[in-house]
Design a protein around this ligand. Structure first.
Ligand SMILES: [Fe+2]
Length: 254
């Protein structure tokens, strides 16, 4: 069984809770779809934990910390500069610091395994493109993206979990949130499918619990995990470079 996580965003409490939940299941591999850092208060710790995953992709915030951040709103950009500072001026030894930068620099943008494709954003633009639930009504966008998917694609980036499927009868698309699914479980079938695994560290589907996916053969299950959210919020409030809103939004899952 695989665990697929994404968008940790330096939220250590959420990541630790998710890793504990993963450990209580029969998981052999953990795949991470990027955005380990950005927004949250514990970039170093989250990178160190992510290094233990079997596969980790590059996210746009990870890239922003390495190069000049582009296309971020002011609080997100400030958080990226603060994150970079944390990774550079760590009190730890140089080897450990360099290991983290090397790890980030080595991240691929896509990963393919049999009929499964893994990206951060979309199959068309692996790093930066958002695919939101309402995009099912954007026929052109969905047609283009689905054309690039052989069978199944797992992604993150929007922080909104759910399953996008093509219709077998016509050329429409469907989106199902975890709440729409029986027991939050979906069986992959003949239809091409995109799965947004949601966000560990900053869910935006009005549910504050950390989100990730367990993949057992063709069965995928969305997991929601409670964590010590007040500790994360307090750390963000205590860091002047991190906008208070980045903490407050966690409470409402927005
Ligand atoms: Fe993200």
């Amino acid at each position: 069984m695989k665990a697929i996580i994404s968008d940790i965003h330096s939220n250590l409490e959420a990541l630790e809770a998710v890793l504990a939940d993963i450990a209580s299941n029969n998981v052999t591999e953990i795949y991470c779809l990027g955005d380990i850092i950005g927004y949250g208060p514990n970039p170093r710790e989250c990178i160190d934990l992510a290094m233990q995953c079997q596969m980790v992709l590059l996210g746009n915030h990870d890239q922003g910390a390495m190069f000049d951040p582009d296309g971020f709103n002011p609080p997100a950009e400030r958080a990226i500069f603060w994150t970079r500072q944390q990774l550079e001026s760590s009190a730890e030894n140089r080897t450990k610091r360099e290991k983290r930068w090397e790890f980030l620099a080595d991240r691929p943008r896509t990963f393919k395994e049999d009929s499964l494709l893994f990206v951060h954003g979309s199959a068309r633009n692996p790093l930066n493109e958002y695919v939101f639930p309402e995009d099912i009504y954007n026929q052109r966008k969905m047609d283009r993206i689905f054309a690039l998917i052989e069978r199944y694609c797992f992604q993150g980036h929007t922080h909104v979990p759910g399953v996008f499927t093509e219709s077998l009868n016509d050329d429409s698309y469907q989106f199902q949130s975890p709440e729409d699914l029986i027991n939050a479980t979906h069986r992959l079938d003949d239809r091409k499918t995109m799965v947004n695994v949601g966000s560990v560290g900053q869910p935006r589907d009005a549910n504050w619990r950390a989100c990730y996916v367990l993949l057992n053969g063709a069965d995928l299950t969305f997991r929601r995990v409670e964590y010590d959210i007040e500790t994360t919020i307090r750390k963000i409030h205590d860091t002047p470079e991190l906008d208070n809103f980045l903490g407050d939004r966690l409470r409402d899952g927005r």
